[in-house]
Structure formats: C-alpha cells, structure tokens
Design a protein around this ligand. Sequence first.
Ligand SMILES: *Cc1c(COP(=O)(O)O)cnc(C)c1O
Length: 396
Amino acid sequence: MSDQNPVFIPGPTNIPEALRRACDVPTLDHRSPRFGALLRPALAGVRAVLGMEAGEVALLPATGTGGWEAAVTNTLSPGDRVLAARHGMFSARWIALCRKHGLDVQVIEAPWGEGCPTDAMGAALAADTDHRIKAVLATHNETATGVTSEIAALRAAMDGARHPALLMVDGVSSIGSIPFEMARWGVDVAVAGSQKGFMLPAGLAILGLSPRALAAMEHAGLTRAYFDLRDLLGATDTGGYPYTPPVGLISGLAASVAMLQAEGLDAVHARHARIAGGVRAAVRAWGLELCARRPALYSDTVSAVMAPPGCNGSEVVTLAAQKYGVAFGIGLGDVAGKLFRIGHLGSVTDVMMLSGIATAEMCMADLGWPIELGAGVAAAQDHYRTTALAEHRAAA
Ligand SMILES: *Cc1c(COP(=O)(O)O)cnc(C)c1O
C-alpha cells in the first residue's frame, strides 16, 4: 500500500516517476562530453517552452527567488529605478528583493485578487519622459491569489509609451503549464524554477534572456559573483559550467522538456485549462468565491478559494494534512486565513484532481463550512465528462 497522495499545492508539484528516474544519474564528470550531451537538449527544450527566438537560457543552482536576484543583478545598477506592481505575496517579495539590492522601486499597488494594473503602469511609463525607469517587473501568475496577468497587454502599454525599459517577468508558476511567449511578448528576462511547471525537485532557477538583457549584462553595476551570468553563459557555450552543476537536475530537465514536447505544448496548456475548469466548477458548486476578481484573471495553475464569513481557510489546509495526508496551500501575507489554495499545475490529470476536490470537500464538511458534500465533485465530474480528451473518447 502506498501512503503517497498527490499534492495540490502550487509548487513543488508532483514529480512523474519518469522524471524522478531521470534525475537519478551516476556521478559524471561535468567537464566531459557526456555532460554537454545532457545540457544541450535541456537548454534547447527550455527555449521552446519559453517561446524564445534570439537570446540565451541560463540554468542556475538556485530556486525561483535566486532567479529574481540573477535577473536584476545582471541587468541593473545601484539606484536604478524599477517599476513594479504589487498585488500578491510573490510580486511583493520580488519588490523587497530589489530594495535590498539598492534599487529604487516605484510600486503601483493593486488589490490582491486583481491583475497587473496595466493602465497605471502605462501611465507611469508615459510620465517618465527622461526614461529613469530601467526595468518593468511583472508577475505573470500571482501564485498567492490565483491571478494570471496579460503580459502582452503590459508590453503594449510599454510600447504605447515608447519606453525602452527592460521587461522582466516572473513566470515561476506559469511557465510550462500555461502559454508563455517570451519573443512575441517582448520579454527581456523570464524567470522560472524547476519545481513547478517543469515537475522536478526544487534546485534550478531557469532564466530566459533576450539580446537586450544580454547587452545590459555588460554594463550592469550591481554586485554579482556566483550569479554572474557572464561567467555562466561563457562556459555553457562550450557545454560546461564555471562550477559544479547539479547534474541530476539538469538530466531531469532534459527529460522534463522532452515530456512536455511529446505531449505537445498546446496540449499541455489545454490540459491545464480543462483541469482548472473542473476546479472552478467545484468552487461554484460549493457556493464559494475565488480570490481572483474576474474570469479573465482566473489562473489555470492555481485557484485561491475564499473562505466563507467566519471560517478560516488555513484550517482546511491543516485538517487535510493531518486527517487525509493531502497538501493544499495556505493563504499568504494579506490573505492569510482568508483563503486556501488548490494547486493544479505540472503533472496532474482530471482523475487526480477529482481526488483533491473530494478531499477539500471532506475537510470543509468536517469543519462545518456551509457546503454540500459531493456538490463540488459532481460539478467537476460533469466538467470532465463533457470535456474528456478526444483520444480517450475515441478509444471508448
Ligand atoms: C514559487 C514562486 C516563486 C519562488 O519560488 P522559490 O522557487 O520558492 O524561490 C516566485 N514567484 C512565483 C510566482 C512563485 O510561484
């Protein structure tokens, strides 16, 4: 008997057995051609997942947070002005990190549950006629609130203001699960991590860098040493690393991008949309609201479910862990206690999701929340029955 349930947190995500095996490699000399043979397909696959054309990919032994740090320290100088929206815990943390590095962050506040305030960002850029703003920071998918923002709209606002700032996007909980179009959206730095859409253990910060970001690296004045991407990219050009790389994770990443490409990126995105649709059908059937304020903002990778009046969302998470051995996400920061989060990204199927919905439902019933036991599961079943994958229907 296995006591290993799937997790329903928005990262780290469930690791497919094939990727666990792919991470399990014997010691190999990272200066030998065998390492280059792992690294090259991993880099090429990441380019495809990011929707990159020109530019470079950097794989750092770090997590998404380290990716944020590498993004700013490699492109900016002390005192540089950065424009960023704060509308959740992750956008807030990136802003805090920038301030620790001595950047002058111009923050545009938006309510938690709203997306990146594109109009206000555009107005701030238009007002910045002497181009003091050197970078615009955006969180593609606010994991704390289950909100996806439209990066194409932000790019249009930057272009509308004819502003030359770099566009840096946190795609940690979106890349690999929902569409991300680095080249088409004109993203200069994209940040991802191994433990979310890439379905691997934590430990790799994954960055995509546009030619403009690469040019900025040459004169950026912030201190960088271990994360100096000039050293890293110089070495990876020849299949190497300036220090000992996490070979197992890079092997896993090569397998992960192959797995995503074998399913087909469009099919991966469609699967996430479909699974998220079932979760949202369940939330509606429970009579509960999402933190995301409008359907256009709903995230296909994480749903933040508001607790009804007088109820504490964290209690669902605690009970699920203690009584049923299942992990959901708690509310973070401003929304602590006010909601619980259901992660549905990475390696997840509709059948797995039904077990998560059923567990959340049991917990809410146990806690005396005013929901009808079975209502959410039935709504999700309906959604999945009527949207079943074509190849499964054909086989039936
Ligand atoms: C998980 C996450 C991060 C940071 O992740 P770590 O890998 O834990 O450092 C950053 N941004 C978003 C949107 C995330 O979901």
